[in-house]
Design a binder for this molecule. Structure first.
Ligand SMILES: [Zn+2]
Length: 371
């Protein structure tokens, strides 16, 4: 019976670049046209009972033969008053491995296990690798993570603790990706469409915590843009099903030292500019060529959001400001708070009901509060 369920399970994919439809399989990263796939409607089995973690949101995740939750998602949203502005902080760093990536790993790895996979390969500079390693451990899958050299040692150590095999790649992030992708069990989070399905549950949760409505604006730190894009897909789904009446503005924030999406939006040349990235404390957002860059740009434009950048000094000040409020997040996660502080300082103000996800814990990052 279990075998029959495994073979019948199909996770639908479609390619927005060429319109092709397909089904997800481990090791198949991209469409034949070389673009990344987007997820279709998540399959629904016979068990539609509410579960734990991301599985509470059946509308988003459907159901799978093998579902695992280790307590991902269901994070608090805390209203704060800062500089006369009301802001809602969504504490994603409280997930079991310390980042929102647990949502995507919970779905992706449950799907892989349901399809009969026994191992998984990922490439990551830290947070997604830790999430994959933890969920693989909980599901009994072997996990291999290719990590670019230079990733924070605390993040590498977190991956190691869950028992994953680590390959450090001296040539950097692109080379780590190529090596991971050459393996038959590659299911890396940047390319795998099911990862977006899990992360999209953040939209359901924000609507729940906003009293059944979409917020005015959500401000995201952006590297790949996977979080922003998954939440965009989530809100589009909620709008199509009549659960909300409007889409929130989605604003993307990049580090000035590595801001390809910001420049693509401002140059409006229909291409991703070649940038010369400099080192940034926001290491988790230092992505030169985001996989779904065009779709992320379209999501921000469609929502009426903005693209903004933040300098290294502002990142440091924002992280310190969050620490002073009791929130220990990694520097990357301070990018949107830097924008909130800037809007308060310049008296531009924030939109009614602004949400800022605090995406990653400070426990896996370098550095203490400055001065
Ligand atoms: Zn295609």
């Amino acid at each position: 019976m279990e075998c029959a369920r495994k073979t019948m399970l199909k996770f639908p994919l479609w390619c927005p670049a060429c319109g092709r439809h397909a089904h997800y399989a481990p090791g198949v990263a991209a469409c034949e046209c070389s673009a990344a796939f987007d997820p279709g409607v998540a399959p629904r089995g016979t068990d539609g009972n509410p579960g734990d973690g991301i599985w509470r949101h059946r509308d988003a995740v459907g159901s799978l033969p093998r579902e695992i939750s280790i307590g991902e998602g269901a994070t608090p949203m805390v209203p704060i008053d800062h500089g006369g502005q009301k802001i809602h902080l969504k504490l994603e760093f409280l997930s079991p491995t310390g980042s929102y990536k647990d949502r995507g790993a919970a779905y992706s790895l449950s799907l892989l296990a349901s399809l009969g996979a026994e191992s998984v390969t990922e490439d990551s500079s830290g947070n997604a690798g830790a999430a994959y390693a933890a969920f693989a451990a909980a599901l009994g899958l072997r996990c291999t993570v290719f990590v670019p050299r230079g990733a924070p040692p605390q993040k590498i150590e977190a991956i190691r603790r869950y028992g994953a095999t680590i390959h450090e790649v001296a040539e950097g992030r692109e080379a780590a990706h190529r090596l991971a992708r050459s393996r038959a069990d590659y299911a890396g989070h940047s390319w795998a469409a099911p990862f977006l399905t899990g992360v999209g549950t953040l939209a359901d949760e924000i609507v729940e915590q906003c009293g059944g409505k979409a917020p005015g604006e959500i401000i995201f730190p952006v590297g790949q843009g996977g979080l922003l894009y998954a939440v965009h897909l989530g809100f589009r789904r909620l709008l199509a099903r009549g659960r909300i009446r409007s889409l929130p503005a989605l604003t993307g924030v990049q580090a000035q030292n590595c801001a390809p999406l910001y420049w693509a939006a401002h140059l409006a040349a229909g291409a991703l500019p070649r940038i010369r990235p400099k080192l940034t404390a926001a290491d988790a957002a230092a992505i030169e060529r985001p996989v779904r860059w065009m779709r992320v740009l379209q999501a921000v434009a469609e929502s009426g959001g903005q693209w903004l950048t933040v300098g290294e000094e502002e990142i440091s000040v924002a992280r310190d400001s969050l620490l002073e409020m009791g929130y220990d997040v990694e520097p990357t996660s301070a990018l949107p708070w830097a924008i909130a502080l800037r809007r308060i300082r310049t008296k531009e103000g924030l939109k009614p009901y602004t949400v800022i996800p605090l995406t990653g814990s400070g426990w896996k990052s370098r550095g203490a509060k400055s001065a």
